[in-house]
Design a protein around this ligand. Structure first.
Ligand code: SAM
Length: 279
């Protein structure tokens, strides 16, 4: 697939997932909050920070940065306008006004060199057609001394919140191993993968560290519903199953989540990796 084709597929996929992300916003944001906290702590946001959020989706961590940088400005960018529409509604609900929205791809940023003090990329890297090209763009628009911090998912085995569903789907239909060079949720899972991109782009003080997360739902049925409606790999695979298979998958997922039930809730762990560097 060409880079343009990859972008078209991604744009359409995320446009389709936007309603799920909006519907399950509270649960998704609770799950991913520790990652935002780690990114924001590393970026050391000042009151007048000029910040760029890449692959911002429904707005995080950009809107949280905007809430801290009340004398600064945050630009939210993403390929999918439908995801950014949700971000706009979330900003309005929170009374956040010091932000702008630009629909654009990570590899072609419509900003001058040295524009930003900091850049965040929460769970976007693995979907870019050209990881090196995107990293070069981030480096270009950072000011000297500016910081970049991204997060990616580590291996599926450490993220049962997705593997429960993927194993249930694999019991119904063959799932081909993902193209290692194509967009995929776990494409950047290897330790050092994103650090090497940062190094090649000329960034310094590179660090990477893991962050634990928990996906907490009120019931196992709610867990199944929300995963099937917002997780990219699950939603894509579920498009290929018929109604009967979908019902069997739902039953298997709901049974598989039983071991994570605690105090009337379901809490399923996962691990993300943050990678940071400075220009
Ligand atoms: C998992 S979501 C992450 C959203 C948000 N940062 C968060 O953590 O909640 C991935 C986002 O990457 C965006 N994306 C995919 N390919 C992209 C590209 N080439 N350039 C910019 N954004 C892209 C998708 O549209 C989607 O909104």
């Amino acid at each position: 697939m060409s880079s343009d084709e990859i972008r078209d597929v991604q744009r359409a996929a995320w446009a389709g997932l936007a309603p799920g992300w909006e519907k399950w916003d509270a649960i998704i944001m609770d799950q991913l909050r520790p990652v935002s906290a780690a990114i924001i702590e590393h970026l050391a946001i000042a009151d007048d920070q000029q910040h760029l959020d890449i692959a911002s989706g429904t707005g995080e961590p950009g809107l949280s940065v905007a809430g801290l940088a009340t004398g600064g400005n945050v630009v939210l960018t993403d390929l999918a306008a439908e995801m950014l529409d949700v971000a706009r509604r979330r900003a309005t609900d929170r009374g956040i006004t010091n932000y702008e929205i630009r629909v654009c791809s990570a590899e072609a940023l419509p900003f001058a060199d040295g524009t930003f003090d900091s850049i965040s990329v929460r769970f976007g890297y693995m979907f870019f057609p050209d990881l090196s090209g995107a990293t070069a763009e981030f480096t270009r628009v950072l000011r000297p001394g500016g910081r970049l911090c991204a997060s990616v998912w580590v291996r599926p085995e450490q993220n049962p919140w997705t593997t429960i569903v993927m194993q249930a789907i694999a019991a119904e239909i063959p799932l081909a191993p993902p193209d290692p060079d194509g967009p995929h949720m776990f494409r950047c899972a290897a330790p050092g993968h994103v650090s090497a991109l940062f190094e090649a782009a000329g960034l310094r003080e590179i660090a990477e560290w893991d962050v634990d997360v928990h996906l907490v739902t009120r019931s196992r049925a709610e867990y199944w519903e929300m995963i099937s409606e917002h997780v990219s790999i699950a939603a894509a695979a579920l498009q290929r199953v018929d109604r009967g298979a979908r019902e069997r998958i739902a039953r298997a997922v709901i049974a598989g989540a039983r071991r994570y039930e605690r105090d009337g809730r379901v809490s399923i762990p996962g691990v993300a990796r943050c990678v940071a560097g400075m220009k």
